[in-house]
Design a protein around this ligand. Structure first.
Ligand SMILES: [Zn+2]
Length: 155
């Protein structure tokens, strides 16, 4: 599943990338451009723009109601019936959506602080923007919270 979010949903885009969903973020004010990319790349549009409802019926989109990024993520998981796959988490760059590659500690050199290097095992690398990622406590907490999402809607 591929998604594109409008410029109101930048934080949501990062959360979706954390759980491994291919998510483009458009900061363009021109909504037509977002529609054009969605159409070309077959992406589902996540938007807070109420005008799209009547404007473009041919596109697949999900209207996001909440202001809080975590609750927005819950809306997406329930609305699109997403299954969380822990193996897919941390496979995308939070900044640019590029696929991450595994990188060994030896190759990291001075690119992350020593205490991070000592206390973490898995590191990934974005070859597009040269960022290094690791699974930190913030990530663990978020995944715990996400595990409960959608469950109360089922019997
Ligand atoms: Zn990147």
């Amino acid at each position: 599943m591929k998604l594109i979010v409008d410029r109101m949903l930048g934080k949501l885009a990062k959360l979706l990338r954390i759980i491994g969903i291919d998510t483009l973020y458009s900061n363009k004010t021109d909504f037509k451009e977002l529609l054009r990319i969605a159409d070309k790349e077959k992406r589902i549009i996540l938007t807070r723009n109420t005008l799209i409802k009547k404007q473009e019926r041919t596109y697949r989109f999900l209207f996001i109601h909440d202001n809080d990024p975590i609750r927005q993520l819950e809306e997406v998981i329930i609305g699109l019936n997403l299954t969380l796959e822990p193996v897919k988490a941390f496979t995308r760059c939070l900044e640019c959506n590029h696929k991450l590659e595994k990188i060994s500690k030896e190759d990291i050199g001075g690119m992350v602080p020593d205490h991070i290097l000592k206390t973490h095992v898995d590191f990934s690398f974005c070859s597009n923007c040269n960022k290094i990622y690791w699974r930190g406590t913030h990530y663990e907490k978020m995944m715990k919270r996400l595990e409960g999402f959608g469950k109360h809607t089922k019997d």
